[in-house]
Design a protein around this ligand. Sequence first.
Ligand SMILES: [Zn+2]
Length: 612
Amino acid sequence: MPRCLAFVIFTLCLTLAGFSQSERPAMAEDLAGVTTRLQTDLAYLSSDALAGRDVGSEGIAKAGEYIAKRFADLGFETDKFDGGPFQEFAIPGPAALGPVEKNQLNFAGVDGLPELKLEANFCPLSLGSSGTFESEVIFVGFGISAPEYNYDDYAGIDVEGKIVIVLRREPQQNDPKSRFNGTQNSEYAFFTAKELNASLHKVGAMILVNDAQTAEGRAGDQMMRVSEAGASLSKSKVPTIFCSRSVIDPLVQKSTGKSLSELQAEIDSTGMPKSVVLKNVKATGEVDISSKDVIARNVVGFLPGKGALADEYVVVGAHYDHVGMGGAGSLAPGTVAIHNGADDNGSGTTTMLEVARHLSLDKSETRRGIVFIAFSGEEKGLLGSKHYVRSPRWPLEKTVTMVNMDMVGRLTDGGLTVYGTGTAEGFDPLMDKLNESSKFRLDKQAAGFGPSDHQSFYEFDIPVFHFFTGLHNDYHRPSDDFDKINIEGMQQIADMVDRLVIDLATRPERPKMLKISDIADVGRANAKPRVTLGIQMDTNSEAVVVQSVSEGSGAAAGGVMPGDTIIKIGDTTVANAREMRRTLSSKKVGDTIEVSVKRGTEEVKLQVKLGS
Ligand SMILES: [Zn+2]
């Protein structure tokens, strides 16, 4: 009851604030209605009943039905996919352990070791692969090879086919003067980096244990679950098992005379690796992990165009999935709690619904069709938008712009970031013009790349806008809740997006796409010529796997071949496309860089001149 009361007062305050602050012509008729609608939609989408809207869950199914009903109630066409509003696609589901007898770990060679029980003492992680192993055992510290920090746990040790024990995180993690990244995690602290490095060293299996700090922390020496590292089945070749310190410590102690904590303390105090073979110890075992596909659904409502422009389209989108109960997508690892995702991206979904409502009332005589899409699978790698651009319901060459909203619920002091202002001619001044009445503190970003669904469209040469009110400490944590949302701010953003979409949908000529190199020509802020290697990547792979090489490109001249996996640019390890883009962004067109690729079992170094 007190909760309800608080909600009523909260609603009232916001409603009053809505009345007093604005004379936006577009919505002035109905400000109270707007705020109440935004609250109702967002309160539902971010409620515990939807359990964090993880792909494949009952919660996201309900969210999808809710959005579809709202589209239908607005009179949109919702029969475009086999007569319904849902564009379905399959994605790999969460990994699950196979039978107990195929998930085994045994040590031999020292006395007094207990029999190990699956999920009590050890647990295979979906970060790694299925497979069997039998070999001697080597402690390799943090499992890090970091040339730029002059640190290599694997230096001078033959680990091929061997079983390695690896600590979580990285050396000197509580030392502000750490040789790594101070008290911040460097890229080497992450599981994926350790896994990639183990795989490059061709180890037989990797056993991960909590580092001393984690074990002494609040959660203690907590066991990880199979899907807690690695969201679904990985492309890894290395069986990877999490193991409790109470199993590994006696093993290390008996064979080396030092405890895990002592070995770590030596690494931390000297900043040097202390890798050591565990004399006489052998490990045998097997990992069996599998995953079933789950069906994800984009929700699509279509407002047909009118007149001469009716065969062109504007897409307005926002993802509605989130990370469910936590796990791999969470920044609060080890926590099992509903990640409500009120800002990410209940806010964008709700704002999109409000924009949809307003556009459903539009009376223009001549207008492009408007395609509203609530994307799924965004948190798992923009999967819903990638699926849409590969199987578009309306031709992409007739799609003139995509407008995305992802995290628009935390407007603070009017600060609004808009990406994509350099992706078409006139977008930058258009934003300034729209902002004359909105009066945001606008941060215009030219780039069309960025970690949300607009990028999928931009990659297909469609101009984009992306609205964003900024990162915060609750991002991807259970605390991203409804009560921290600035509803009035969302209303203001909805108003601006309304006016933007009407402009895009009714202007006689479609916007002229600018390539990033064109943007440099017109001198847009923060846009450098985009450097390219001249490869196309296999988008089904997390790692940077080359699918094809462009003729006449630097990659072709340098000898990059389809099937190669790019693992390093210069000295920097790149585990995925984002890391590669980040690394390349510091380079210039014409630079020659060293690209290390994995080709079969070999590592090959190539010299590639960057093009544009
Ligand atoms: Zn998001």
